[in-house]
Design a protein around this ligand. Structure first.
Ligand code: SF4
Length: 212
């Protein structure tokens, strides 16, 4: 595993390039953030934003989502992968919010993960983006980059999350999540990474590295 000093140097490169990175999902409040993150599993943020543009005008609270109903919700999100299951979970989750949490989105991970369709990764994104809490959501991009740059040799998202949380100062964790996701989405892609544009080229020794 790469020494902590080098991991922090790499994060400083990202910080210089993008001091204020943002989540690319559109949302209006914690509830719409939670719905958008649930929809984004195995789907692109761009595709989710397209579908939620109209949906969130109609249903931006759990009450309005229940009033819309599962079948109509499906018509709004049918372009998104696994939409049947996601619609079912969003309706159940909305009901839970109303019945158990006064219609508000809980702020801690243990409670968030009691909601239908909400796993650790989704909870981490919501806590990070809405509350700026130091959480790391390890998705496919973060996992790939962690391995390519030898931040972690963990085999599961949780192992990688734990390895990174050990070496990153907590004030850096919020932005690190965005930096790694954006870097994976636009530069260090799964297929044909854009190594010629890579700001941390000299740090990389992975097998996927392309000559400049
Ligand atoms: S050099 Fe290429 S493979 Fe290595 S981190 Fe940069 S983009 Fe990814």
């Amino acid at each position: 595993m790469r020494p902590q000093k080098e991991i922090l140097e790499i994060m400083q490169v990202f910080a210089k390039q993008n001091p204020n990175p943002q989540c690319e999902l559109n949302f209006h409040n914690p509830y719409t953030l939670l719905v958008a993150v649930m929809l984004s599993a195995q789907s692109t943020d761009k595709g989710v934003n397209k579908a939620t543009e109209k949906l969130f005008q109609i249903a931006d609270t759990p009450q309005k989502m229940l009033a819309l109903g599962e079948e109509k919700l499906k018509t709004h999100i049918k372009t998104i992968g696994l939409f049947n299951n996601k619609a079912k979970n969003i309706i159940t989750m909305s009901r839970q919010l109303i019945d158990d949490f006064g219609g508000t989105v809980p702020e801690d991970r243990d409670t968030l993960t009691t909601l239908a369709g909400v796993g650790r990764k989704t909870a981490n994104v919501v806590m990070n983006v809405w509350r700026h809490q130091p959480t790391l959501a390890v998705d496919t991009h973060v996992m790939r980059i962690a391995h390519r740059l030898d931040f972690s040799r963990g085999k599961t998202p949780l192992e990688i999350e734990n390895d990174l949380m050990k070496v990153l100062p907590s004030e850096m964790v919020v932005n690190t999540n965005h930096w790694l996701v954006l870097f994976g989405r636009y530069i260090c892609k799964a297929q044909k990474p854009l190594c010629g544009e890579c700001p941390i080229y000299d740090y990389c020794q992975c097998d996927d590295k392309q000559q400049k």
